[in-house]
Design a protein around this ligand. Structure first.
Ligand SMILES: [Zn+2]
Length: 66
């Protein structure tokens, strides 16, 4: 298992939100994590939209962002 503490691409430190979004979009068993900026580029979604999705996931009872 590789560390999940830093972005695979730019080595930015990851927060809980970024890690949760990676798991949501890329799967729970992923070993490479991206920061919000790199993830938004990868998914072709704006960072704003990603953060809006976090609120949606929370509202659905998702525990990844607690
Ligand atoms: Zn990054």
């Amino acid at each position: 298992m590789s560390k999940s503490g830093k972005c695979h691409q730019c080595e930015t430190n990851l927060d809980k939100i970024a890690v949760g979004l990676n798991k949501k979009f890329l799967g729970r068993n992923i070993t490479r994590f991206y920061c919000l900026t790199c993830l938004s580029n990868y998914l072709e979604i704006s960072v704003e939209d990603l953060l809006a999705k976090v609120e949606d996931f929370k509202a659905q009872g998702c525990k990844l962002f607690d």
